[in-house]
Design a protein around this ligand. Structure first.
Ligand code: ADP
Ligand code: MG
Length: 342
């Protein structure tokens, strides 16, 4: 059973939002993470989690390796932070749809929030999947990321909403955002509009995760310009590999021309099916091409993810003990151990 023990947070009233009071955000998230939000969940180092394989055949007895045979370290539970900010901005990006961007943004964000990180999710897809996934209806929004981009008088503090997960806030999106791409084309410094819009929030969060839409257009370039890191979720199937080279090209161009700080934090295999050789071959090919940019955590395929989406909750809250929740917690710890998140 899910027993969130965190205090319900309340924020100052915001103008005009047709949402329950409890969802109205502020730029200073108030509740500290309870150290163990869910009873009976292990937040400590799990021995290994490679798409829910306990051990892969190549591993020596008693030794665990990841899918490609690298020794699997124990990613320690990160110590709680005693102060917060400035945030590191990470874009979750892949121009292919349905690869697990939104799922990864929500669940990585929720896992980091459980570890006491103050997390802001930026829904940057007109589909509004990240908003829906944390229980915010895109239809009820008065202000969204669209207003933040196109109206200089709207600041991020007016747009941030709290979610039911302690330490996890959201900048929501809805279909309005689809107009922004066209509207922003004529703007001065059109690639850095999101960078400017996020700036006032940096000091309030430890990490800002941007859920990109499936394209390499101006909005995605804005996300890559605002970010220091990119996480690339990659569905474990061969067709998925082709797109990564193109994405890498775009990331390189943005780094060269707009954002010299940009780096790829990791490629995250998703929808890994441990029963098929195919999944494993895809991950091996990624490793051949990209080396240790390939993360060691692998997200297995399970219907619990769509189930959690229907319930409008991160899997870490919907099924806190499910291996899918465990996997995203491990991803959070791996990213902290790599220095991608403080
Ligand atoms: P994207 O944001 O890249 O379009 P989503 O995160 O929305 O992708 O995922 C697409 C669909 O696949 C959703 O229905 C989601 O619930 C499902 N899904 C995501 N990750 C997994 C997984 N590991 N196993 C099974 N289904 C998944
Ligand atoms: Mg999505």
């Amino acid at each position: 059973m899910i027993t969130p023990q965190g205090a319900k947070h309340s924020g100052p009233a915001r103008r005009g939002l047709a949402l329950p009071e409890s969802h109205r955000g502020s730029l200073a998230p108030v509740s500290a993470a309870p150290e163990l939000p869910y009873e009976g969940v292990s937040y400590e180092e799990e021995p290994v989690n490679t798409g829910y394989l306990k051990a892969v055949p190549e591993a020596a007895p008693g030794q665990t390796t990841d899918v490609v045979g690298r020794p699997m370290p124990v990613f320690k539970k990160p110590p709680l932070l005693d102060s917060h900010g400035p945030a590191r901005v990470i874009a979750v990006c892949n121009q292919k749809g349905g690869v697990g961007k939104t799922t990864s943004t929500i669940n990585l964000g929720a896992a980091l929030a459980e570890y006491g990180r103050k997390v802001l999710l930026v829904d940057f897809d007109p589909q509004g999947g990240a908003s829906v996934g944390v229980g915010i209806s895109p239809y009820d929004l008065d202000l969204s990321v669209y207003n933040l981009l196109v109206d200089r008088n709207v600041n991020i503090g007016q747009v941030v909403l709290k979610t039911d997960i302690p330490n996890l806030d959201l900048v929501p999106a809805n279909i309005d955002l689809s107009a922004a791409e066209v509207q922003l084309v004529g703007e001065v410094a059109r690639e850095s509009i999101l960078t400017r819009a996020l700036r006032p929030a940096l000091s309030d969060y430890d990490v800002i995760l941007i859920d990109c839409q499936p394209s390499l257009g101006l909005l995605t370039v804005n996300a890559l310009t605002a970010a220091q890191g990119v996480i690339i979720p990659l569905e474990c199937e061969f067709l998925a590999l082709r797109g990564v080279a193109l994405l890498k090209d775009t990331i390189d161009k943005v780094e060269e021309r707009l954002n010299p700080d940009l780096q790829i934090d990791g490629i995250l295999p998703t929808m890994f099916d441990s029963r098929t050789l195919h999944s494993r071959e895809v991950v091996n090919r990624v490793y051949e091409a990209f080396g240790d940019t390939l993360l060691q955590t692998v997200i297995g395929r399970t219907v619990k993810f769509p189930d959690a989406t229907v319930a409008a909750k991160p899997i870490t809250a919907f099924a806190p003990n499910h291996p899918g929740a465990t996997a995203y917690r491990q991803l959070a710890r791996e990213l902290v151990s790599r220095g991608a998140v403080r």
